[in-house]
Every structure is written in C-alpha cells, then in structure tokens.
Design a protein around this ligand. Structure first.
Ligand code: NAI
Length: 488
C-alpha cells in the first residue's frame, strides 16, 4: 500500500467548505493516498483576535507538512488587517504563482466556438512588487506605495518558469513587463529574465510590453505558452486569461516555494452564492491536480482529470456555465457525476500522463531566515546625493532659493519634481501640482559624498520645511541607481 502523505487543509470561508468537501469526496472515491490535517485560517480566526488570520497551530501544521491546500478566505474589511492569502504566500516564500488556463470541452467561450484552443500558463512573481504592501501617507493628500523588485526574487521566478517549461515540454517563455516606463524595477525583472534564459538555450525566450500582451491575449492567445510577469501585472493578466477559458470557475493556482507550496483556486469566497450548494468546484479541483502532480501522484491526477474532462464533455455543469437549456447540477451532484465517471476518458484532450518525478521534499527547517544575495564582483557603489520628499502647498519657485542655500561646491540642487514631473529649474505652468515635492541634491563632477553629509543636509532643511521621506542616491559601477524625473 502507498504510504499516505500528510497535507494541511484549510477549507476557508464562504463557498470554501462546499467546494473543498466536493474535491475531498472525489479524492476519497479515487482512493488518493493523502492524509488531511484540517486547520483553521481566515475570517473566524481574525474575529478571534489573531491579526494575521492564522493561529500558531495552523502555522506549525503547514511548516511541517510543506503543503497547504486551501479554499478561498475572507479578510475582514475596515479592521486594518492584511490579507491572509497574501500573508500565507509571502510568509512561506511561495515565490512562483503558477496559473494554468486551458479550453475545456463543455465550457463554451468565444474562442472555443471559433475553434481556437487555449493552453497557456501564467507564472506570476508572488512576493514582491506592489504586493510588498509597504504604503505610507506622505501628506494628507499623498499616499505612496513602494514597489520592490529584487534581483534574487526575479531570478527565482524566472528559473521556475524555465525549469517548468523544460520539464513539461514547452518551447517558449515570454517575459511581460513595463520596462519602457519603469526602467529600474521592470528593467531589472527583464534583465534577469534574459540572464536566466541563457541556461535554457533550447527554449525560445522573448519579451513583450504588458499592455501589448493584454491586447494580444485577447486577439491571438494561442501564440503564448508560458508568460512570466511581476506580481500585480501577473494578477491582472491571469484574470484576463481566466476570462478567455470561461471565467474564474476554471482558474486554478499553485503557489510554489522551495519548502512550502500552497494550492488554491483563483476565485474568492463568492459570498453571493454561499450556502446554496451551487458553487462550481472545478477551479479547486484543477488546482488539486497541480497538488497531486507536485507530490508525484501522477496517475491519481490523470485519472481524476480524465473523469472531470469526460463529465464536462458530456454536458454536466453547475449554474455558472454550460448549456442553459439543460438543468444545472448542485455542487454535490457535480462532484458525484465526476465520481461516477472515474475510470472514463474524454474523447478529446485526455489528461497528460506525466512521467516526471515529484520534486516534493518535506520542509527542512532552517535555523534562520535564508539570505538571498547575488555575487558582487568588483562592484563600486557610491553615495552621490539625496532625494528629499517635502511637504509644501507653495509653488516650487517660492521655496527653491531657500533650499539652494544648502548647496556646496560639490553638491547642487539639480531639480524639483511634483508627482514625478520636473517643475524646477524648468517645467511647464500647465503641470498641476499636489502638496508634496521631491527635491534632488546630487554630486557634480563625478564626486561622491557620505551618508552623514546627506543626513546633515536633510536636518538643515528640516528646520524650514517638513520632510516626509528621504531616499539616498547611489551609483553602481558608475551607473545611476535612480531614475530621472519626467522632463529632466
Ligand atoms: P469572488 O471570486 O468571490 O466572486 C466573484 C463572482 O464570481 C461572484 O459573482 C461569485 O459568485 C462568482 N464565483 C466565484 N467563484 C465561483 C465558483 N466557484 N462557482 C461559481 N461562481 C463563482 O470575488 P469577490 O466577490 O471580489 O471577493 C469575495 C471575497 O473573496 C472577498 O472577501 C475577497 O477578499 C476574497 N477573495 C479571496 C481570494 C482567495 O482566498 N485566494 C481571492 C479573491 C478574493
């Protein structure tokens, strides 16, 4: 008898219990060799006063089992708490969010009706970007969200995308980005993509600007195989892809980390249909196939997938899709239909039978948090100035002369910008401003400065003007480590 692997299961909120019960019933019928450790996470746990949305016991369970299979979870609004879903992905470093979208016979879409099959995978960076959740109100009128893109984080997700492509026989990986505008952040994501691509010469690597991707996904989705994106862009594009294959009911998701992985549907708790036994369990079931394959249970995954495909092909459907002229099945009836079809195969597009080996290993508990740093070879880093973010509701010309008094022979006030557009020394009177400016002091004549000098300068200015934030300017091997203002 196969040894049973233990996984942590959190049913979640809203329709979570209904769809999770349906999937686990199918697992039981297919005799999937898994043991479940049920844990509580989500709304109720927040309401009990756990601000992270999970208990210590739940955390221990996931950290020892290495797998969390979860239903959707609700984060109470207006309580100032962070999303449990994002917390789980970030806490356990599930750096790659894999979302697979394919046309399914029985799920009609504009593309299926036109005979265009869709089979594409989005790999979304899952930890960084705007989901860093680092936000500040700089003034009463101005909110700032910091968007971190890191070299090690980008390398991790690109490697995952290429390794997955290699293992699963994809021939092309596309990096989508906005590096034409965000030259440093998305520029770094793109640069590391091509660095990683060098180790996978048999796979075609190309890139596309994300807005162009949005248009092309709608016009000609079949030209993409694997698309790798930063966090927010990946989130938006993957919902677009869900729309291409029939909606959120068909969008599965795997959050893959080195030690811990989380499997869930893309959709939320669907409060409007909770408790009615009408939710579509397909997205969670599709996610479970990724879970089973991750654990090496390839035959179980293929058998249940074939049964699902057969069931869909024969017209069974819940209320959110399918032929409106045939009665829709409840969640339970739909699960039962899949169970009764176990062992059958669809006429078209059978499940792939993977010969791959599982990658899963139980988490090895490190003593400390792992530090990811890329090698620094002959790196020359210099401090070359400071950006001061100041609060003022006056015109830049009215305070520029005051600030200029802090200039020295080597450090000059180079520009003042408002919402990223230069307004001093030159600019347009048509540029509308808000009450927060950025003032840049920068070394001239290739000189460098020190942190303490920049802090002295900051302190001197703070006597006259409120400083909301400070950013030190650095150069790396002679290259500016900061962007120019628009119009500079
Ligand atoms: P939602 O995905 O819950 O619902 C959007 C629409 O899709 C609703 O009309 C819903 O009835 C329908 N829908 C979703 N899943 C379905 C299914 N399996 N079968 C049939 N219809 C389905 O998105 P919404 O309303 O924006 O969010 C509701 C809650 O879910 C919020 O509290 C949100 O924070 C949470 N959420 C949780 C996620 C997670 O746990 N990963 C992801 C997205 C949202």
């Amino acid at each position: 008898m196969t040894k049973k692997q233990k996984i942590s299961v959190a049913k979640g909120d809203g329709i979570g219990a209904e769809i999770m019960d349906a999937v686990l019933q199918i697992f039981d019928a297919a005799q999937v060799p898994l043991e479940y450790e049920f844990i509580e996470m989500g709304k109720e746990i927040y309401l009990q006063g756990h601000s992270s949305g999970m208990t210590e016991k739940a955390k221990e369970s996931v950290e020892s089992n290495g797998i969390l299979f979860k239903g959707p979870m609700e984060t109470p609004k207006g309580k100032g708490v962070k999303s449990i879903n994002v917390t789980a992905r970030k806490t356990w470093s599930t750096f790659a969010n894999r979302r697979h979208f394919r046309s399914l016979v029985g799920v009609d879409t504009v593309f299926s009706k036109a005979g265009i099959p869709i089979d594409l995978t989005i790999v979304r960076e899952n930890i960084e970007g705007t989901y860093g959740g680092i936000e500040h109100m700089l003034t009463q009128d101005v909110a700032l969200c910091r968007r971190f893109i890191t070299r090690p984080g980008s390398i991790q997700v690109h490697k995952f995308a290429f390794e997955m492509a290699r293992k699963e026989g994809f021939t092309k990986v596309t990096c989508a980005h906005k590096a034409n505008i965000m030259k440093l952040t998305d520029g770094l994501f793109l640069e590391t993509f091509y660095e990683v691509a060098k180790d996978f010469p048999e796979i075609e690597a190309n890139d596309i600007i994300v807005d162009d991707l949005a248009m092309k996904l709608v016009a000609k989705p079949q030209q993409f195989q694997v698309v790798v994106l930063t966090n927010l862009q990946g989130d938006i594009m993957s919902d677009l892809c869900a729309g291409l294959v029939g909606g959120l009911g068909f969008a599965p998701s795997a959050n893959i980390g080195e030690n811990i992985s989380i499997f869930e549907a893309v959709h939320g708790t669907a409060p409007d249909i909770t408790g009615k036994n009408i939710a579509n369990p397909t997205a969670l079931l599709l996610s479970s196939f990724m879970l089973l394959r991750h654990l090496g249970l390839m035959e179980y995954a293929a058998r249940i997938e074939n049964s699902l495909l057969y069931t869909l092909e024969n017209g069974a459907h819940t209320g959110d899709f399918g032929n409106k002229e045939t009665p829709s099945l409840s969640t339970t009836e739909f699960a039962n239909a899949i169970i009764s079809n176990l062992g059958k195969e669809p006429a078209e597009g059978k499940a792939r039978v993977s010969t791959l080996k599982a990658e899963f290993h139980l988490p090895e508990r490190p003593e400390n948090q792992k530090m990811m740093v890329t090698p620094r070879i002959n790196s020359i880093e210099k401090i070359v100035g400071v950006d001061l973010f100041i609060e003022s509701d006056q015109n830049a010309n009215s305070f520029a002369s005051l600030l200029k008094k802090q200039e020295t022979d080597d450090i000059k006030m180079i520009m003042i910008s408002n919402r990223g557009t230069q307004v001093w020394p030159t600019g347009s009177v048509f540029t509308e401003c808000v009450d927060q400016y950025r003032v840049r002091f920068e070394c001239i004549n290739n000189s460098e400065t020190t942190l303490s000098k920049m802090l002295e300068l900051t302190e001197a200015i703070s006597k006259d003007i409120f400083i909301c934030s400070v950013e030190i300017l650095r150069s790396y091997n002679g290259k500016k480590g900061y962007s120019l203002a628009q119009g500079q």
